[in-house]
Design a protein around this ligand. Structure first.
Ligand SMILES: Nc1ncnc2c1ncn2[C@@H]1O[C@H](COP(=O)(O)OP(=O)(O)OP(=O)(O)O)[C@@H](O)[C@H]1O
Length: 917
């Protein structure tokens, strides 16, 4: 007997299976991080490695189809598919493709949906129908040019913006890294090809946790960009659709990069994207420079971990593990998205920061108003950005119009609550603009009240009022009259069957059968004896049946209802058209309410901390001061059972600008320097800070590099990664930056590590002169303070006993006692003769090592300073080389040397000065 090889669930016989296997094996190859799903109406299937991946996620078992070599498959239902796709796109950062069978041809499948972490538009319904969008999605396009020029575009599909810029970067791509941190794209496209420049670019993107996709070089061609922009950009009603009026279109390479992303996202493929996007230039200079290395080093954002292929994975981390979690008391998704944006874009503008601080202050003082806003008013506001998007994308329903009506209706109450704060900033930032926008929306509110039947809304029915139109009114009356007749029939059926009307026998309606009666299976017997009743079917919920009369009434009802719905639809379309005209105003209201949510969230965070935060006093950038009293780490101090020991920080351009922090392991060095970095960042986003008192001048950058094992991405060696990060700091730090360095040089031998750390510390302390914190285990570096007046030594204190080191977490002046190493060895029960030998020889060894160290590193350090330290020196050497290349006689050479000597005298480099003089 032949075995039945039909797959019942999929209704596939062996021939159909073979056909599919052939089709599947003919599909173009894909990356392992792309998952293909095949939509088979009731189920979805996955095959090969994708089946394995889904099997792990759903705990289902993989099966096989076709003939040898068989193809593995996993069958999942719609709910499982939704969960899996959510996991793939939002957590694992994979790409997803969904194929459907083309109608007609039995074995042809076509790609129906495509999604990637940066492009979720086609999956929005699956991903966000029942969940809010808490994080913006964007895809970046980068077109590299000659001499490190980069043209960048970014499309944010949540905020509906196109951002573009062109700039020249340095060897380390540090400008690009800062931009990646500010914008935070999930995915980036670059031209395909194999050259050094593209490979370096890919490495930079990988290091920043951005998924990279390669597209054809020709996709970066801007030939059709104006035509595409005319369709996609937002123009006011009646405004000429002419994208050339935007100055951004004069950046040809950036337009090429934009064209490539538009194509990648297939934005012109759906009308819902038309008239939606805003075009703007990226203005990176407005923000404090901070790159992803620093954001993760300071625990500002949740850190991605890596999957088996080295791709970043974003898993849920406890709220108290990062600054975003600590500050997030937002109650709206738009507030949550804005908070993340603000954290990535710390401001440099004194007035704007002070405005935010002022508003936070109002909410801190008036807790009653703050609670009213966060616990009540804002919770009534839906995601207005999404509503605006639906309205202008012609995807809205009458229900959406009603939700908007409700939200706008709440604005006057909100404004009244805000008035209680009696503050000018609150008035300018919230009350006045909200008042004006509420007035702009007045006609919309009247339209909704006039047109929608508000009495039906409680029953979740969204319909046009019948009295608006005489035809609708007539049809509505006819429908009601038929419904009454149907209810009479129900009463009769209840009598005939001796059942209770509305309880054991019910009148119900569904799209398949229209109106019918239903009884439970238990009562079926009664029905079999009454012949006038015809059973339709038996389902889990009971037995469905009707009568000839009910069938007739049903048909009559359907015909009338069809006309009624047609008329309704015509009117609904009219309303939606008018409502679409308000999309821009709704978007503006959304931005204001999101800011309100974030600022009240800052205030809630300030008062919810174990010790309340204080308002930082901002000083102009040129004053160069950083004075923090009793500074705490906002995340660490929230940990249960941890009694945080606060410390002070004093920087002043006229005294110490560079602090070296030493001390035993686990005694609080990293925590101390990170606390200072996070506090400075918090102040720049307009948040109050975890200190007793804080006074600081604004900085132009927060540059950080912390312990190697903390921030390793994409398989780079510890040493490589720290060298990349530190060279970024060296090239970008100015005297107005804050630099935080922890355990530099740990990735190489102690000897080399110490040399590198020394050279960099000296460079920062002597030439850049920025405020720096340098935590290290290399005690020799503390000697820098002997020769450098701007360098100060600090140490974290601890108490040692016979068998323990107890950290006190107090930061004190001076370097730390060096005997901790031997003490640790004692606690670790090293043999006593080894310990005795080590103690006796410690000072002698150190003396010898010092001599060797100074001898070995004197030259390299100075060489490093020449190579990296000073623009003047670099320029002079470059000029000199160029002139020599032209060929010079003896006199010209001497003249050139004198010129160079004079130029070099302007240098602040002590070594060079010494050599010349
Ligand atoms: N100021 C503090 N108050 C209370 N506990 C602290 C403080 N600072 C640090 N700790 C605790 O000590 C732990 C270790 O701190 P940290 O990582 O800053 O030490 P470290 O000196 O940098 O260590 P290592 O030299 O090994 O890198 C923290 O996780 C925290 O639990």
């Amino acid at each position: 007997m032949s075995q039945d090889t039909t797959i019942q669930a999929l209704n596939l016989d062996i021939v159909q299976q073979q056909n599919f296997v052939r089709f599947f094996r003919g599909l173009p190859e894909k990356a392992a991080s792309t998952v293909r799903l095949f939509n088979r109406s009731d189920y979805y299937t996955l095959h090969d490695d994708d089946a394995k991946l889904a099997a792990d996620f759903t705990s289902k078992i993989v099966n096989y189809m076709g003939e040898t070599p068989k193809l593995s498959y996993l069958c999942i239902n719609k709910h499982q598919m939704e969960m899996f796709v959510r996991e793939l796109l939002l957590v694992r950062q994979y790409r997803v493709e969904v194929y459907v069978k083309s109608s007609g041809k039995s074995n042809d499948w076509q790609l129906e949906y495509k999604g990637s972490p940066g492009n979720l538009t086609q999956f929005e319904q699956i991903l966000f129908e029942n969940a809010s969008i808490n994080s913006s999605n964007s895809v970046m396009g980068i077109k590299p040019g000659k001499n490190k020029t980069l043209a960048v575009s970014n499309i944010n599909t949540t905020d509906l913006t196109f951002e573009v810029c062109e700039f020249t970067d340095n060897e380390c791509f540090s400008e690009l890294e800062a931009l990646l941190a500010q914008i935070g794209p999930k995915e980036c496209i670059i031209p395909s090809g194999d050259n050094l420049e593209l490979n370096t670019l890919k490495t930079v993107l990988d290091r920043n946790g951005v998924l990279v996709a390669h597209v054809k070089k020709s996709d970066f061609n801007a030939d059709d960009i104006i035509q595409d922009l005319n369709r996609l950009l937002f123009f006011q009603m009646g405004q000429e659709k002419n994208a050339t009026m935007f100055s951004e279109t004069n950046l040809p390479d950036a337009m090429g990069a934009l064209q490539a992303v538009i194509k990648f996202l297939n934005l012109t493929g759906s009308e819902t994207n038309f008239n939606q996007y805003r075009l703007k230039k990226v203005d990176a200079q407005r923000f404090v420079r901070i790159d992803n290395a620093a954001l993760y080093a300071l625990n500002v954002l949740p850190k991605p971990s890596l999957n088996s292929e080295g791709a970043p994975v974003f898993t849920q981390t406890p709220k108290t593990h990062n600054l975003l979690g600590i500050l997030n008391y937002c109650v709206t998704p738009q507030g949550r998205r804005l908070l993340e944006q603000w954290i990535k874009q710390p401001l440099k503008d004194h007035n704007l920061i002070n405005e935010r601080l002022d508003i936070v202050g109002c909410f801190v003082k008036d807790s009653e108003t703050r609670i009213l806003i966060t616990k009540d008013a804002l919770t009534k506001i839906p995601d207005l950005m999404m509503l605006s998007k639906k309205l202008s994308g012609k995807k809205a329903k009458l229900q959406d119009c009603y939700r908007l009506y409700q939200a706008i209706g709440y604005l006057p109450t909100l404004i009244n609550i805000l008035r209680k704060l009696n503050n000018n900033c609150v008035k300018d930032v919230f009350i006045n603009p909200l008042g004006e926008f509420a007035m702009d929306m007045e006609k919309y509110q009247i339209m909704i009240e006039t047109m929608i039947d508000l009495d039906l809304v409680d029953r979740c029915e969204f319909l046009i009022k019948s009295n608006i139109d005489s035809d609708i009114n007539e049809l509505q009356k006819s429908k009601q009259s038929i419904e009454e007749k149907m209810h009479k029939l129900l009463r009769k059926a209840a009598n005939d069957l001796n059942l209770e009307e509305g309880k054991s026998v019910k009148l119900e309606c569904n799209p398949q059968h229209g109106y019918f009666f239903r009884i439970t299976k238990k009562e079926e017997q009664a029905l079999r004896q009454a012949k006038q009743y015809k059973i339709i079917d038996t389902v889990a919920g009971g037995v469905r049946f009707n009568t000839e009369k009910l069938v007739m009434l049903n048909e009559e009802y359907s015909a009338i209802n069809e006309k009624y719905e047609e008329l309704q639809k015509g009117m609904v379309d009219e309303i939606l058209k008018v409502a679409a005209g308000y999309a821009d105003t709704v978007r503006s209201i959304n931005i204001i309410l999101a800011s309100l949510d974030v600022l009240s969230s800052f205030a809630t965070a300030a008062v919810s901390a174990k010790v309340p935060y204080v308002r930082p006093v901002l000083k102009p950038i040129e004053e160069r001061v950083l004075e923090l009293k009793k500074v705490r780490h906002p995340c660490l101090e929230q940990q249960d059972h941890l009694d945080f020991i606060p410390n002070d920080a004093h920087f002043n351009q006229n005294s110490k600008t560079f602090y070296i922090i030493t001390g035993p392991n686990m005694c609080g060095k990293s925590t101390y320097i990170k606390s200072i970095g996070v506090c400075v960042l918090m102040a720049h986003i307009g948040c109050w800070v975890p200190c007793e008192y804080a006074e600081l001048s604004l900085v132009d950058g927060i540059l950080a590099r912390v312990g190697a094992d903390d921030c390793q991405l994409k398989g780079l060696s510890t040493f490589m990664l720290e060298m990349i990060e530190i060279s970024t700091i060296i090239t970008t730090a100015t005297k107005n930056s804050l630099v935080i360095v922890d355990e530099l040089g740990r990735g190489t031998s102690t000897y080399d590590g110490c040399g590198i750390a020394w050279a960099i510390a000296e460079h920062l302390a002597t030439y850049v002169k920025c405020f720096s914190l340098f935590a290290t285990h290399f005690h020799k570096i503390t000697k820098l303070a002997d020769t450098c007046p701007t360098v100060g030594n600090l140490h974290v204190s601890a108490v040692t006993s016979k068998d323990a080191i107890t950290p006190l977490y107090q930061v004190k002046e001076g370097e730390c006692d060096k005997s901790y190493g031997i003490h640790c060895a004692k606690i670790a029960e090293f043999p006593s003769d080894v310990l005795d030998w080590a103690s006796k020889n410690l000072s002698a060894l150190e003396h010898q090592e010092d001599l060797k160290f100074i001898k070995d590193f004197e030259i390299p350090i100075k060489k490093k300073i020449i190579e990296e330290g000073d623009e003047i020196i670099k320029e002079s050497i470059k000029d000199f080389k160029a002139q020599i290349a032209n060929g010079l006689n003896e006199i010209e050479l001497e003249q050139l040397l004198n010129e160079m000597k004079n130029k070099l005298k302007e240098s602040e480099n002590l070594f060079i000065k010494g050599v010349i003089e």
